[in-house]
Structures are given as C-alpha cells and as structure tokens.
Design a protein around this ligand. Structure first.
Ligand SMILES: Cc1cc2nc3c(=O)[nH]c(=O)nc-3n(C[C@H](O)[C@H](O)[C@H](O)COP(=O)(O)O)c2cc1C
Ligand SMILES: [Mn+2]
Length: 537
C-alpha cells in the first residue's frame, strides 16, 4: 500500500516546521546584525555544507527587531522538491502540470496575513528586518524574496513576479524591473501612459509554491497565483487587499500595500547581481506604502543574493526550466528531449544543459537552434547524450572534454541577447576605452565576491563598512520620469566589465566581434560506452 500524498505546504510556517522535523533547519539564537551578519553566516552555511546536509536558517534574535529572519530555505533540489511534496525527478513534470492546469485562487473573507493591519504613521517598512545582502556594497537593505503583485489595467488580470525591493525609508520602497519586458514593468508602463498610480502588493514569506511561481518565466497574461495553485495541486487562498484592489495570498507573513506613481522615480541600487557583480544605481519606480499587513508573529524571509550558490539561484533556475520544459514538450511538442538542467554557478540561467534521446541525435543542431531562439536568457546551450548525468558538473566537463571538437561542434548563433546583467555582454555595447578610468563603484558592474564573514568583519573593524559604501536608508531623491516611457532613464545603466575576471569570455566574444550571444555544443554520437561512466540517471 502506498502512503497518501501529504498535503501541500500552505504557508511558510508549516514548511519551516517540516524542515525542522527533518533535521534541515537550524535556529540561530545569538543576536545578529541584520546588515551584515545574516548574509555572511547564511552564505558561509550554504558554501561550507555538502548539499546532502544543507539546512535552512532562522535568525531568531535580530538586533533591534522582534521579527525573525529565515534564509537558505529552498536549496538543494531535494529541498525545493520537498517543498512541493514531490521527488526531485518529477519536478519538471510538476511544473508542466502546473502550467497546463493552473488552479484558480480561492477567495476568502479574511486570512492570517491581515491579523495586523498597519496604516498611516503606524506603517513603517523599518519594522521589517530587511538585511543588506552584499554588505558594504549594496545601497541599503532589500526585501530579496519579494513577490510583487500588480494588475493589468486593461484586462484586470494580475501578475506576480519576484523583483527585488529596496527599502528606502519608512514609507518608500524601490522596485527593480530587470527589463521593460518584465510583466510588472509592462503594467507600470500602462499606468504611466494613463498618468495613473499603479496599485501594488509586495508579498513576503508565503507558501513555497508562491515563491516558486513568482520566479516563473510564464507568458504575459498568466496569473502566477494560479500557477502557485497548480504547483500545490489546490487553489491558493487569497484575500482582498486593505488599501488596494488586488488579491493577495491569505496565509502570507507580510503583504505590503502601496501605489507606484507614474511621476516619480528614485535612485535604486547599487545591488549585487545574480552573476556576482555590482550593478549601477539608476532611477526606478517607487512604492508609496499605504498599509503593512502581517501575521500576529510574522517571519521575514529572504534569499541570499549575489554570487551563486544560493537558494535564490535555484528558485530562478526552476522558474526558467519549468516553463521551458512545459513550452517545449506541451506547446511546441518538440520531440527528442529527455531532460533539462542549468549548470551550477551560471546564475540560475546562463548555461542550459539539454539531454537528448539517442534516437534524436541527428536533430541535435536544429533542436539547439530552436532553443537558442527561444531566448530564456541563456548564453551557452549544451546538447548532451543520454548517458550523461546532466546535474553532475564533473560528468558534464568530462563530456565537453572528450566529445566536443571545438571546430566542428561549437556553433554560434548570432544576435540573440543573453542575460541582461552579464558583464561580458554589457561590454559588447561599449567601446573598450570607455571602460578604462571608470573605476567608481556606482557606475559599473563589478565583481563583488570574497564576502567571507571574516573579510566583512575585518572591513567593519577598520571602519570601512561605515564609510560611504555603508548600508543606509538614504532619503529618496525624486527623478521625474521621461513622459510616456518610464524606462528611458535606465539607459544610465553603464556597461562595465571587470577585465581581470572575465578574460576568457571576452576572448571568445572578441573572436565573434561581440555579436554572438549563444553557442551550441553539438551532441556527438557516444564514442565511449555509457557503462564506462556509469552515471546514468
Ligand atoms: C531571487 C530572485 C531575484 C530576482 N530579482 C529580480 C529583480 O530584481 N528584477 C527582475 O526584473 N527580475 C528578478 N528576478 C527574475 C524574475 O523573478 C523572473 O524574470 C520572473 O519571470 C518575473 O516575473 P514576470 O515574468 O511576471 O515579470 C528574480 C528572480 C529570483 C528568483
Ligand atoms: Mn508574469
């Protein structure tokens, strides 16, 4: 007899209890500073622990706050899939089901997230212990696991995207849309055109499926709350916002409500990006907070940002792979695919690994080209044979080393843009001479690694952390938006490449006059017996 499937996790608290019961959660009871200790300890815990023993962390005693902070919750794969109550090997299929059969949210009258509703002077973002994720370098504290809900003013259909949110002060938060094609950004552009303020709800600390769905690269017009329901196999409970007409998860820890004015933008960033570089500060939409709703005893949840590894990267990766798998297998009905993965360290999206069925080996190049054109942000696509464990980096490298003839098997696909914040391709749009002499932190992407607790501690000890790079809550500086196009000001974002750490990529790109953005490694017929490696999945 098979045991019944356990019920889905409906909120963050039940998932934390599950992690704790399975020995995968540690509580830090010593007081910690939210502006540097949380991220340093969390990063150290992630990097120093073998995946099989990975654990989440709850910082129970955050200095000057009475709200705990939970981090490192959704990595590795085993934990991500446990959060959906499924085995890891069925993840892609679960995503395909969720996208193929989304579940409508279920409206309820009230929910724990509105146990406390703070408005007016009571509502202050500074009561939420938002950490600084790249201490000493980020512009200030961020809500890094923010699920941002907006609504298309034409259709009334909601969208939820995982966009970082900078805490500017008690009542203001910056919204970062990585591109104007992000769905929240498209909504914002529509409101700007009408000269109307956009209602927004920022959901923090929800059921795992909500976080996963918010990172999903779905089609425009798909409500990710329905995808969250599809991932859970049951409609998500939602309540109406208190000061805005949006439906929000009823069992979240926090929902921050507010309005984004079409008129004003505020400098956002710099911030440590997913590939481990600092981005520039640039004007960005700003939320005027009207209410902070939360549970009686809320927990703040964040992703450690910046350099991989982090659970944020894994959430991003599955948000790419799940929809991609669905699209390729259910919509395009592309034959010959066996499995998809994203290589470690590639910021959750840059290196896509595609496993093909042996019977379709001869179509490898056309499959590769189709994938390249789909453009989910990838820069490299590896097409590999059935016998390779595509989640094992050593085996992948073995396959690249032993099966790929660079002349014959590497194909370049031109004019396809990659991840927007890839410093090597940003450089492609700037004459090299521009890059020299621009070494200020604020105007370029810069490698921001080496954030061991020790190095940061040392910086703090010497007073460096308290200098001008220190986390701060600077007063918002208003920038008026260019009329009609709210994103014109983004062009201030300067391209930059850190020459010292990017040599090999630049060399490759230089060969292609910087126009090539995507390579395919052709699958070679297996010359070596699969049993030689013996790593078949
Ligand atoms: C941890 C994490 C942080 C992210 N930060 C941002 C961000 O700040 N801005 C952004 O535009 N996308 C960000 N993304 C990617 C978006 O969540 C993703 O592109 C998603 O598809 C956006 O939803 P949308 O397609 O409805 O716009 C992030 C993803 C993750 C997992
Ligand atoms: Mn969307």
């Amino acid at each position: 007899m098979t045991s019944p499937t356990p019920p889905p996790f409906l909120d963050l608290g039940s998932f934390l209890s599950f992690l704790e019961q399975s020995g995968r959660l540690k509580r830090v009871v010593k007081p910690v500073d939210k502006d540097w200790e949380i991220t340093c300890i969390a990063r150290w815990a992630m990097e120093s622990t073998p995946e099989d023993n990975a654990y989440g962390l709850v910082f129970e005693n955050v200095k000057n706050y009475n709200v705990p902070v939970a981090v490192n919750l959704y990595a590795p794969y085993a934990t991500y899939s446990a959060a959906l109550r499924i085995p890891p090997e069925t993840l892609l299929e679960r995503w395909a089901t969720a996208l193929g059969r989304p579940q409508k949210p279920v409206s309820v009258e009230s929910g724990p997230v509105q146990a406390v509703v703070e408005t007016g002077v009571q509502a202050s973002l500074l009561t939420i212990p938002a950490p600084v994720w790249t201490p000493g370098r980020d512009a200030g504290p961020y809500l890094s696991a923010a699920n941002v809900i907006t609504k298309d003013p034409d259709t009334g259909v909601q969208n939820m995207g995982s966009y970082r949110v900078q805490v500017h002060d008690e009542k203001h938060a910056g919204l970062f849309f990585g591109s104007k094609m992000q769905h929240g950004a498209m909504h914002y552009a529509k409101y700007c055109k009408r000269q109307k303020a956009m209602p927004v709800a920022i959901v923090v600390g929800a059921s795992p499926a909500v976080n996963f769905a918010a990172a999903a690269k779905t089609a425009y017009g798909v409500d990710e709350l329905e995808i969250a329901g599809g991932l859970m196999g049951i409609g998500l409970e939602v309540v109406k916002g208190k000061t805005i007409d949006l439906l929000v998860p009823a069992r979240a820890e926090y929902v921050i409500e507010g309005w984004v004015s079409p008129e004003t933008q505020v400098m956002e960033g710099p911030f440590g990006e997913a590939l481990g570089y600092m981005n520039c500060a640039a004007p960005a939409p700003v939320v005027d907070v009207t209410a902070i709703c939360h549970r009686q005893a809320p927990i703040h949840h964040g992703y450690v940002q910046q350099l991989p590894p982090s659970d944020g990267h894994l959430v991003m990766e599955m948000g790419v792979l799940g929809p991609l798998w669905y699209y390729l297998t259910q919509k395009l009905r592309l034959e010959g695919l066996r499995d998809l993965a994203i290589a470690r360290g590639s910021a959750g999206l840059a290196i896509l690994v595609v496993q093909l069925q042996r019977s379709h080996a001869r179509n490898a190049m056309s499959i590769g080209r189709t994938l390249a054109k789909l453009n989910f942000g990838q820069k490299f696509i590896y097409l590999v044979d059935e016998d390779i464990d595509i989640r094992d980096q050593e085996t992948l490298n073995w396959a690249l080393s032993s099966r790929v003839d660079p002349e014959r098997d590497i194909h370049f696909v031109s004019d396809i843009s990659t991840f927007q914040y890839d410093p090597s391709t940003l450089a492609a749009f700037a004459p090299l001479r521009l890059l020299h002499g621009h070494r200020g932190w604020d105007c370029k992407m810069r490698r921001a690694g080496d954030l061991t607790p020790r190095s940061v501690h040392h910086a703090a000890g010497t007073g460096k952390l308290g200098a001008d790079r220190a986390p701060r809550n600077h007063p918002p500086q208003a920038h008026s938006t260019a009329n009609g196009d709210p994103f014109r000001t983004r062009s201030r974002l300067r391209p930059f490449v850190d020459e010292s750490s990017n040599l090999s990529l630049n060399t490759l790109q230089g060969l292609r006059k910087n126009t090539t953005k995507c390579f395919c490694f052709k699958l070679q017929e297996c010359l070596v017996s699969p049993s030689l490696r013996g790593r078949q999945r």
